[in-house]
Design a protein around this ligand. Structure first.
Ligand code: NOJ
Length: 581
């Protein structure tokens, strides 16, 4: 486990969940909600659009592109953290929760951005990073200054006279050690992520109150949703016991021992009472615990905690250099869907800022199949139950950049992971191969707007290189081409928005054993759709027993579909949705 890059681990550890499904019962059509009907577009603010030439995207850039976002048909935007931050982990290390990072702009830009979104009927999701802060936050500066400082208990300290604390593993530490010794007070502090991301002590009621006040501050500013970063780790067993030998072999144990602490649900209910219930907002947890029971406890309506969670078992699948098996993909998504068929609500996504590009991992990014396989994957995301999260650039079919030198990488996970493997004398060549395929930087390259220099992202030097394929893959070109991935994406978004069956409908997988095709139906109040997705680069045949029932083709990523009665032949990566009579 220690040598696996973060992109893989985040998927494995945050989302391992292998319970058996609950039996499928009738769909939950009673609890409709705007956040279930939302289609979320995630933009990585650093990489979306730079307006001041410093090579870093900014809020004015988001504002400039609001009409583009609106044209996609999506109705909610999630931005990764935009608060003041020294950027050890690109904003996931916050030094002031009530201010905007100067590189991104000022509070006036934030106000204008959210106003611009609301005027266009787009809601806004704020990233809330409160499992940890930056070590440059005033709270931590105070906390480390002396053992009796009033902020001491805002973080987890282990006095060195008690000896070394029981080992805890850290995601980003170059020694893989979550305890950092601080000579100033002769004590260790805990950081599950980098040394510059000390974990906040959620057992301290003052910390919780600070967080709720911060959330209220943003809710008052009009924020419509909160994404709780790494939240399953917030409540911990603060006695920090020695963990059982070999516990890390089962990744679910990592969540169990590191997070999902004894008071997590109590705190979330408190957050719900203090903040969420007072505004028309929703909150989504990053991570869904280690069992379905955990996940339900986080999101079921009668729990009064959160509204949705995202699990990582799906994005964890394509984490091997050998790719993934369609049978596993079907199994994971069917199992999670079944478990939430009646109660609770989930998110659907295949990429985000912690993962490499969707088409490079789950589709086929060769020139021949990139476009069609991207369309097929977008069809999947937008036709499943759960709130879809679409990652910027995936509407265009943007691909991995495939850096080949460690010097090209900017991500702390990649850089410190490399140092760690080097220190341990591990296989650096293999590690580089992993990075090339799976690194988070693959998914963070600048948005490709047009064919001008730097793809129209910046007039300066981009903080991360633009993928050279921008001359082919860009918004300008794809807008003009009626058959582009972008225009297909818009059609698929519209299909979902026009048809609540794609949001709320019962999901049934059919012909589960088919080696190439993922086929399922969605049914709601007598309306039924059949989704056929060829996940392979070969033609694929399927015979449907009730061929007479097939109605019109609602969307198709090819011009036609070959069909003779119930026998259909799908082209490579073909995606078709039929209405069913
Ligand atoms: C999860 C975020 O998605 C990731 O980008 C970040 O590095 C860690 N949490 C730490 O905040």
């Amino acid at each position: 486990m220690k040598k696996i890059p973060y992109a893989i681990l985040i998927a494995m550890i945050l989302g391992a969940c292998t319970d058996q499904p609950a039996p499928v019962e009738s769909p939950d059509t009673s609890g409709r909600a705007w956040w279930k009907e939302a289609i979320i577009y995630q933009a990585y603010p650093r990489s979306f659009k730079d307006t001041d030439g410093d090579g870093v995207g900014d809020l004015k850039g988001i504002i400039e592109k609001l009409d583009y976002i609106k044209s996609l048909g999506v109705n909610m935007v999630w931005l990764n953290p935009i608060y003041s931050s020294p950027n050890d982990d690109n904003g996931y290390d916050i030094s002031d929760y009530r201010n905007i990072m100067p590189e991104f702009g000022a509070m006036a830009d934030f106000d204008a951005m959210i106003k611009g979104m609301h005027e266009r009927g787009i809601k806004f999701v704020m990233d809330v990073v409160v499992n940890h802060s930056s070590d440059e936050h005033e709270w931590f500066k105070q906390s480390r200054s002396s053992r009796d400082n009033p902020y001491r208990d805002y973080y987890h300290w282990w006095p060195a006279e008690k000896g070394k604390p029981p080992y805890r593993w850290s995601y980003f530490d170059e020694n893989g050690d979550a305890w950092q010794y601080d000579s100033l007070t002769n004590a260790y502090y805990l950081h599950y992520f980098s040394r510059k991301q000390p974990d906040l002590n959620w057992e301290n009621p003052k910390v919780r109150q600070e967080v709720y006040d911060i959330m209220k501050f943003w809710a008052e500013k009009g924020v419509d949703g909160f994404r709780l970063d790494a939240f399953q780790f917030a409540s911990k067993d603060t006695t920090f016991p020695v963990l059982p030998e070999g516990y890390e072999k089962d990744v679910r144990n990592v969540i169990k021992h590191y997070g999902m602490g004894p008071h997590l649900h109590e705190y979330l209910q408190e957050m719900n009472r203090e903040v969420l219930s007072k505004y028309d907002v929703f909150a989504v947890s990053e991570g869904a615990g280690s069992t379905f029971e955990d996940a339900h406890a986080l999101v079921d309506a009668d729990r009064n905690e959160l509204q949705m969670a995202y699990h990582f078992e799906g994005v964890g699948l394509a984490s091997s250099l050998d790719g993934y098996k369609l049978s596993d993909f079907k199994e994971v998504y069917s199992r999670w869907d079944s478990a939430f068929a009646k109660d609770g609500w989930l998110s659907i996504f295949l990429a985000n800022h912690d993962n490499a590009r969707m088409v490079s991992r789950y589709g086929n990014d060769s020139p021949e199949f990139r476009d069609v396989s991207s369309k097929m994957l977008n069809t999947f995301i937008l036709s499943m139950r759960g709130t879809p999260y679409c990652y910027y650039g995936d509407e265009l079919g943007m691909t991995n950049i495939d850096f080949d030198k460690i010097e090209d990488y900017k991500d702390i996970a990649a850089i410190n992971g490399y140092k760690k493997v080097a220190k341990e004398g591990g296989d650096l060549e293999l590690y580089m191969k992993y990075l090339q395929f799976l690194s988070r930087d693959n998914g963070r390259t600048p948005m490709q707007w047009d064919t001008s220099e730097n793809a129209g992202f910046t007039t300066g030097t981009p903080w991360l290189p633009v993928n050279p394929n921008y001359l082919e893959i860009n918004v300008e070109k794809e807008t003009a081409d009626p058959n582009s991935c972008l225009n297909y994406f818009k059609k698929m978004v519209k299909l979902r928005k026009d048809n609540p069956v794609l949001v709320y409908g019962d999901y049934q997988i059919i012909q589960r054993e088919h080696p190439q095709i993922y086929a399922y139906t969605r049914t709601l109040d007598g309306q039924k759709m059949l989704v056929l997705l060829n996940f392979s680069e070969q033609n694929a045949d399927i015979t449907l027993p009730e061929s007479d029932a097939l109605g019109e083709v609602l969307i198709n990523n090819y011009e036609s579909v070959e069909r003779s009665g119930g026998a259909l032949s799908l082209k490579p990566y073909q995606a078709v949705i039929f209405s069913v009579k």
